[in-house]
Design a protein around this ligand. Structure first.
Ligand SMILES: N[C@@H](CCC(=O)N[C@@H](CS)C(=O)NCC(=O)O)C(=O)O
Length: 219
């Protein structure tokens, strides 16, 4: 039995999207980030990352966490790769060469894309995008993203998907990390193939279902 812990206003969106793409049944526990609650320890507080019961699952106190038949994973991109291999059929790699490619794009997403993209997102979420400091942060993030995006752009020219001519977990992992840069369209605008590919990823019914389920959660 699979249990995914983490509200969708978090990186739990990644394994949730993968599980939905794969059509696998799972239990979803929408654990909230403790910092979003006035008193995470209050008796009526929702299940959150500081709840003792959650800390027994992930002592790091972060979401998402995934349990599958006694296996516990606490890194979202690892969850997507694992779930794709175990349940995803063609969402996962078909052979060792594809596995190398999938890992390459997922690692690029996690090491070169996610942090600057998140800086963009948080600058907008905090309402700082128009301040001098915010503009500086965004400019630095756009610069940091330019090199990995140039690499991805070159690869996607003439291709619909990153690996094997089909949508795979590599697309999902990279699209999820890049999504955080979307509040600032100039970051992606120079990269036409990347922009078209991201639109293709986000048009998928499973991604749309994730967005809908997420917007039904408390803001
Ligand atoms: N590298 C981890 C990062 C996990 C993470 O930072 N989770 C955030 C939500 S997306 C969280 O739980 N924040 C609450 C906290 O750090 O207290 C992953 O990809 O799963």
């Amino acid at each position: 039995m699979i249990t995914l812990y983490g509200c969708l206003r978090s990186r739990a969106s990644r394994p949730w999207w993968l599980l939905t793409e794969a059509g696998v049944e799972f239990t979803h526990e929408p654990v909230m980030q403790a910092y979003r609650l006035p008193d995470p320890a209050a008796a009526d507080a929702p299940f959150n990352t500081a709840s003792p019961a959650f800390l027994t699952i992930n002592p790091q106190g972060q979401i998402p966490a995934l349990e599958d038949d006694g296996l516990v994973l606490t890194e979202s991109l690892a969850m997507t790769l694992y779930l794709a291999r175990k349940y995803g059929g063609d969402l996962g790699p078909r052979d060792l060469a594809e596995e190398g490619e999938v890992l390459q794009w997922a690692f690029l997403a996690g090491t070169a894309v996610e942090a600057p993209a998140l800086d963009i997102l948080f600058t907008y979420v905090r309402g700082e995008a128009d301040s001098e400091g915010g503009k500086g942060k965004i400019a630095a993030s756009v610069t940091a993203l330019a090199r990995p995006l140039a690499r991805i752009e070159a690869h996607l020219k003439g291709r619909d998907w990153l690996v094997g001519g089909r949508f795979t977990v590599a697309d999902l992992a990279l699209a999820e990390c890049l999504r955080y840069a979307q509040p600032h369209p100039p970051a992606l605008a120079p990269f036409e193939a990347v922009s078209d590919w991201l639109a293709r990823c986000q048009a998928r019914p499973a991604f749309q279902a994730m967005v809908q389920a997420r917007s039904a959660e408390p803001a």
